[in-house]
Design a protein around this ligand. Structure first.
Ligand SMILES: C[S@@+](CC[C@H](N)C(=O)[O-])C[C@H]1O[C@@H](n2cnc3c(N)ncnc32)[C@H](O)[C@@H]1O
Length: 239
């Protein structure tokens, strides 16, 4: 029955998720019931969110989302993570201040402005989950990652969405164009593996190597799981 409801709700019925993906995903139920302030997502994002975020439900996480728009996603996170969740929303549009609530702080600023991002990091401190759903331009996604990745807790999650803009000229993107966030993040894959570097000199263990446990790529999304890392240990069975 829920699937029927969703078929009416989503613009592309063919993209309705499998029953398995729906049944245990509260975000899909929330979306189906949602009325009022709008929220627009790619359907598979709901599956990806739940896959990575479910361990924080009922655990009062600190969540920072860049991009507030109509406040819909802040409502979704509040409902999904439950009481005690601390939410920070950042947007360049001053009208978003209207979505402040006792558990939600709205901060107005431009995510492409590194000085603003540095101040933001100081002001908020550590977060468990950071979601970049702001302007989606290349310099914004890169500046946000470079300035704010370090404020995500050890064992926390950094998520950047709508990365398809890396392929769109109006966002400074193009296929394999140097400087897009997709190309930038491909270099992070090297750093994830830098424990095994044998040169050149610039390919060496850095803060990202020491703090990133996994990088998960999905259509339009990158999810980075953080965890303090040390050089990999070799294990072997007995001869
Ligand atoms: C796609 S909406 C995201 C809204 C929300 N996360 C949601 O899911 O409904 C993008 C938001 O990013 C904001 N934005 C655009 N450029 C920005 C910038 N440079 N810095 C911060 N926010 C920006 C826009 O004002 C808009 O509200």
């Amino acid at each position: 029955m829920l699937l029927d409801l969703l078929k009416g709700l989503f613009r592309r019925p063919a993209a309705v998720p499998s029953p398995e993906a729906v049944e245990d995903n509260p975000l899909v139920y929330w979306f189906a019931k949602r009325r009022g302030r709008r929220l627009v997502k790619l359907l598979h994002y709901l599956e990806v969110y739940h896959r990575h975020f479910s361990r924080y439900r009922g655990r009062s996480p600190v969540v920072l989302e860049i991009g507030v728009f109509d406040g819909g996603s802040l409502d979704m996170w509040r409902d999904y993570f439950g009481p005690g969740t601390r939410i920070y929303g950042v947007d360049v549009d001053a009208r978003c201040s209207a979505f402040a609530a006792p558990d939600t702080t709205i901060i107005i600023g431009d995510q492409g402005d590194r000085d603003f991002l540095k101040r933001l990091r100081q002001e908020i401190g550590q977060v468990d989950i950071l979601i970049d759903d702001g302007g989606h331009h290349m310099h914004q996604q890169i500046a946000t990652f470079e300035e704010l990745y370090s404020m995500v807790a050890d064992d926390g999650i950094y998520l950047c969405e709508d990365m398809h803009t890396s392929y769109w000229a109006e966002f400074d993107g193009a296929y394999r164009k140097p400087g897009t966030f997709v190309e930038y993040s491909k270099a992070l894959i090297d750093q994830l593996n830098a424990w095994h570097a044998k040169g050149p000199a610039e390919f060496a263990v850095d803060d990202f190597t020491r703090s990133a446990y996994a990088m998960h790529y999905y259509d339009s999304m990158l999810v980075i799981d953080k965890k303090s890392m040390s050089p990999p240990t070799v294990v072997s069975t007995k001869a």
